[in-house]
Design a protein around this ligand. Structure first.
Ligand SMILES: Nc1ncnc2c1ncn2[C@@H]1O[C@H](COP(=O)(O)OP(=O)(O)O)[C@@H](O)[C@H]1O
Ligand SMILES: [Mg+2]
Length: 272
């Protein structure tokens, strides 16, 4: 059995997440009438416990890259390494959050989360305790027995985050998780996610369209070119945590945002 499948507790780096290495990974999809080149070779690392955002225009290959890191797609070239091992099948030590919450309508919020624990054969009682703790940290107390349709969009995304974290994975992958939410809810969730990760560090790969979100959350922001994407810049965000919710007015924040917008203008992503 490889280390990727070891139970929690036997992992030496449990508290910090796992190092993700993306080595010259590219993807070309085969379609009935030929090929679609979705991603040019990209190379980057997410250190254990680091929060890295990928930002780039629609269609540049961000979701493709996330599926490659999850081991749910095979790269056309290159390799993904997790905690020093080459990924050859779907990663198990991972939590994934998509833009669409993908909760089961006929299960309560708590049961949606516990289902993950059940699928992963986690003992019920500790899983229940972790779920309760996550519900508390995510401001979901009182929502345990409600069905997804009885929750707001923001609450549903909070439940999907709890579901992604119930097994305390080393890696958290988030594909535009706040993309469908209003600005205030997004800001609140960004702040709550940051606090949660300060308590439970993970290696996070976070995809977003939002410059503010990328800089607000990340240790490092990777900017991708228009599709087929390649890395055009990596920006280290050296701002203390937890970051204020009204980050947009801080001069240091504005300087980082200006750098991203300058790249977008240079690449014709923003025409001004
Ligand atoms: N399963 C697929 N089959 C064929 N082409 C795909 C598939 N998934 C994505 N693509 C294409 O690959 C490119 C990158 O898509 P995607 O990774 O979804 O980009 P992003 O998430 O940045 O918007 C797009 O041109 C898209 O149409
Ligand atoms: Mg996408």
């Amino acid at each position: 059995m490889t280390r990727l499948l070891e139970p929690p507790g036997s992992r030496p780096d449990l508290d910090r997440g796992a190092r993700i290495e993306v080595r010259s990974v590219s993807k070309t999809y085969r379609v009935p009438r030929g090929e679609v080149q979705a991603l040019l070779p990209v190379t980057f690392t997410v250190e254990a416990g680091e929060f890295v955002s990928l930002i780039g225009p629609s269609g540049c290959g961000k979701s493709t890259l996330m599926l490659l890191v999850a081991g749910l797609l095979q790269p056309t070239s290159g390799e993904v390494w997790i905690r020093g091992e080459r990924l050859t099948r779907p990663l198990t030590d991972v939590g994934i959050v998509f833009q669409d919450h993908l909760l089961l309508d006929f299960r309560t919020a708590l049961d949606n989360v516990l289902l993950q624990a059940q699928i992963r054969h986690l003992p019920r009682q500790p899983a229940m305790e972790t779920a309760r703790q996550l519900f508390r940290q995510l401001g979901l107390e009182g929502a345990e027995h409600r069905y997804p349709r009885q929750l707001s969009g923001g609450m549903r995304q909070r439940v999907s985050i709890a579901r992604a974290l119930i097994h305390d994975p080393a890696v958290l992958l988030m594909d535009e998780p706040f993309g469908a939410l209003d600005a205030i809810t997004r800001t609140q969730l960004r702040h709550d996610l940051e606090l949660l990760l300060l308590e439970r560090p993970k290696s996070v790969l976070f995809i977003t369209h939002s410059v503010e979100e990328a800089i607000g959350l990340s240790d490092r922001v990777i900017v991708l070119s228009p599709g087929p994407g390649r890395i055009v810049e990596e920006i280290v965000v050296d701002l203390p945590r937890p970051r204020p919710v009204e980050l947009g007015v801080e001069p240091s924040f504005v300087a980082y945002a200006d750098r991203v917008y300058a790249i977008f203008k240079q690449w014709g992503v923003l025409k001004v």
